[in-house]
Design a protein around this ligand. Structure first.
Ligand SMILES: [Mg+2]
Length: 346
């Protein structure tokens, strides 16, 4: 069972929480200036047609008594941290979609059990942040998200496994994952209006309508959703190691290998946008005894030359000159996102 959690009108919810005089009033979060757009609208503003992404001036035309509040990213980030702390508390895998939206994988359990869990988490999020969260619980991500959208605000809905296809069939095809307004308009011309229409398509029609993506779309339309919850991998360390075909006694061979490994580690760090403050080596002697050495750098690095020099320092400290070595590895730890002192742009 997978749950989709989504805070209701997140930015507006935070604004109302922090200024109770806004409660019950139409509120829009927006920047200033002539080109400002609405980032989030409170539920009281929505009947006036005030929605996210519309120009602020138009929102004010539609709803002259709209209260406009500037965004407060710091407050959103701190609320987000509290929300994700609750979602992660029980150890289920969590995939964040944004500051206020996430999938949680409840694993193999009955719908009733999953609903109880989701209910408890919503209550805990409310207790921690005074923000209401809607949640959908289903066997797959897409249905879970459709359910949580459908029960907003402050709702919870679940679907019995096996009922996915019947639930989806009457919904407009635009509810399908990856089908945007353009595709929806094109499909309408082919007489495809609902998800049920997609589920019934034959192979050739499917290819004509969706191209190579067709089979996957039809599976989704039939309620077959194989995408798992992908938690953000928190990289704790990056390492590489090599077992020699024969025992190595020559220190020069070990140094050469460290140079290669430093390059490999640097490339991995670069790929992940990380730098390391700690570099270490692992070394297995021919008698299988293992030894590790590490050194801390003054500044985090992803530079192969600096990683190499640090690894050589470790090798020297290991004092294995003339000792037959079976395995040598390099490891980078104490990882930090590069430039993490800077706030990420939202
Ligand atoms: Mg939300």
């Amino acid at each position: 069972m997978i749950a989709h959690f989504d805070v209701d009108a997140f930015y507006a919810g935070v604004a109302v929480r922090d200024d109770p005089s806004l409660r019950g009033r139409p509120v829009a979060i927006a920047g200033s200036g002539r080109r400002a757009v609405v980032l989030t609208a409170s539920y009281e503003a929505r009947p006036f047609g005030v929605r996210s992404a519309i120009p602020l001036y138009r929102a004010l035309q539609a709803c002259p008594h709209l209260v406009v509040v500037p965004p407060n990213m710091q407050a959103y980030r701190s609320a987000s941290r509290e929300i994700f702390a609750v979602l992660a508390r029980r150890g289920h895998p969590v995939e964040s979609l944004s500051l206020d939206e996430a999938f949680v994988d409840f694993g193999e359990c009955a719908l009733g059990e999953a609903i109880e869990l989701a209910k408890a988490m919503r209550a805990e999020i409310y207790a921690a942040t005074q923000l209401t969260v809607s949640a959908g619980v289903a066997s797959g991500k897409m249905v879970a998200k459709i359910l949580s959208d459908a029960c907003k605000p402050n709702g919870l809905k679940g679907l019995v496994p096996g009922d996915e296809a019947a639930f989806l069939a009457p919904l407009p095809v635009g509810c399908l994952w990856g089908v945007g307004p353009k595709t929806q308009a094109r499909l309408r011309l082919c007489g495809i209006e609902t998800i049920g229409d997609v589920a019934k398509l034959g192979d050739s029609e499917l290819r004509a309508a969706f191209g190579s993506w067709g089979a996957e779309v039809r599976d989704l339309a039939r309620g077959i959703d194989r995408r798992g919850v992908r938690p953000e991998r928190e990289t704790k360390s990056i390492s590489t190691e090599e077992t020699f075909e024969y025992d190595v006694r020559e220190i020069g061979v070990l140094v050469d290998l460290l140079r290669l490994q430093a390059k490999e580690i640097a490339a991995k760090l670069a790929r992940e946008g990380l730098s390391a403050r700690s570099i270490g080596i692992k070394l297995k002697r021919a008698d299988f005894s293992t030894l590790v050495r590490q050194t801390n750098l003054i500044e985090p690095t992803a530079d192969p030359a600096r990683i190499f020099r640090a690894a050589v320092v470790c090798l020297r400290r290991a004092g294995v000159r003339g000792v037959p070595v079976r395995l040598l590895g390099t490891r980078a730890a104490a990882l930090a996102a590069r430039g993490s002192t800077q706030l990420p742009l939202l």
